[in-house]
Design a protein around this ligand. Structure first.
Ligand code: 0PR
Length: 387
């Protein structure tokens, strides 16, 4: 920092110039992200309420009330309007909070959690923080967790199971009904990570797609992660953690007596936290309604299937598995997939690279013409890499 400041206008100009190197969602070039360009209403609302701090809810009781309503609306979306929880910084914090509540409710010295190999790295962070040992379980031919392997992995040290509804790599859904049964039979806790799928799966049935069960309707499900800043179109940071009942949430609740707004409780990892995020999510749920989100999911799913069919036609390429949500994994017999991703990046496309595939997430910012251009480039890249 210099001694003398610069005029705001000069600073803004420098920022514009410096940040022009960043990719933008509107360009249609970001194909591998699970985030998107925030909805216009959410942008307005977010910018307007930047001073709201839900770490001190006594100062902002009306904002805190909106958070309760958001949790109730998300609970209803997940078949349990009485669910309790918070809007948090993202799926990572949500998953850590679930594991933290599980730890405090069952054990003081760790134990084991059974986690699919397809799980997001936030479970590794949680296990490291909380002293859990992760027991990793493999996948079946549809890249869902292998239920028989889960059964065999259960031991007297097991505390909890994790299932994923919309996996990071391929967007598929683990057999949550079976996991729910295993959890109940063995007295285990079950967390469902629907960070991505939470805003997609509830609409699939009405749209005529296969719609796997994953939510609180299944009696073994104790907690669910659902992120507004992914398919909910909300600005970052906005993740969601929902607990089935008060007993679990209580395990991650701390009294904070000395705040300006008066004594309160905090049930999040962070203290000071964005009220603007919460108000933006509230605005979107009110404005879009189920119908609005269903239309968004409809478009994303239609483009997903179209892309999947087109990729299958390309010589040397195939999809990893049929899409369940708006995620496609592309693999190649003829070309090294890392080289494919690098060549695409040189042409401006940002896809996500996994060990055996590239991931395309057909988010709301992606339009048909973007995918047409992408397919042209993809075909070119495959031919070049073959030759
Ligand atoms: N659970 C699942 C199933 C996820 O896929 C992710 C992140 C998380 C939890 C953690 O969410 P937060 O990142 O909100 O803490 N999935 C994305 C991924 O790894 C995150 C992401 C988003 C990555 C945008 C890149 C990107 O551009 O792909």
């Amino acid at each position: 920092m210099r001694e003398k400041g610069e005029p705001a206008e000069a600073v803004l100009k420098e920022i514009e110039a410096r940040l022009s190197r960043d990719l933008t969602f509107n360009s249609g070039k970001i194909l591998g992200s699970m985030c998107t360009s925030p909805h216009e209403l959410a942008r307005q609302v977010y910018a307007k309420f930047l001073e709201k701090n839900l770490g001190d809810p006594g100062l902002f009781p009306a904002t805190a009330q909106l958070e309760n309503e958001v949790i109730q609306m998300l609970g209803a979306l997940l078949s349990h309007p009485q669910a309790l929880g918070n809007i948090v910084t993202g799926g990572t914090e949500a998953n850590v909070l679930a594991m933290w509540a599980f730890k405090n409710s069952r054990t003081k010295n760790g134990g084991e959690i059974i986690v699919p190999v397809s799980a997001h790295c936030s479970f590794d962070k949680a296990a490291d923080l909380l002293g859990f040992k992760i027991v990793r379980v493999g996948l079946n031919s549809r890249f869902q967790v292998d239920v028989e392997e889960v059964r065999r992995a259960v031991s007297p040290r097991t505390v909890a199971l994790v299932g994923i509804a919309g996996t990071t790599g391929l967007g598929v859904v683990d057999p949550i009904p079976e996991l729910s049964e295993i959890a109940q039979e063995n007295g285990l806790l079950l967390h469902v990570d629907a960070a991505f799928g939470g805003f997609v799966l509830p609409f699939l049935k009405e749209l005529g797609y296969e719609a796997p069960e994953f939510d609180f309707q299944l009696p073994g499900v104790c907690s669910i992660t659902i992120d507004p800043h992914k398919m909910g179109l909300a600005p970052i940071p906005a993740g969601g953690i929902l607990f089935r009942d008060f007993e679990l949430k209580r395990k991650v609740t701390w009294r904070v007596p000395y705040l300006a707004g008066g004594e309160t409780e905090q049930s999040t990892f962070v203290g000071s936290r964005s009220g603007a995020s919460v108000i933006a999510v509230w605005a979107l749920l009110k404005h879009l309604g189920r119908e609005g989100y269903r239309k968004i999911v409809e478009r994303c799913m239609r483009l997903t299937w179209k892309l999947a069919e087109e990729v299958r036609q390309i010589d040397g390429l195939d999809i990893m598995t049929e899409p369940v949500t708006n995620v496609i994994g592309i693999k190649s017999e003829s070309a090294n997939i890392k080289r494919v991703a690098e060549a695409l990046r040189r042409l401006g496309w940002a896809v996500a690279l996994f060990p055996r595939h590239i991931r395309i997430v057909v988010m709301p910012h992606i339009r048909e013409e973007h995918l047409e251009k992408f397919l042209q480039d993809l075909k070119r890249v495959i031919i070049e890499l073959k030759g």
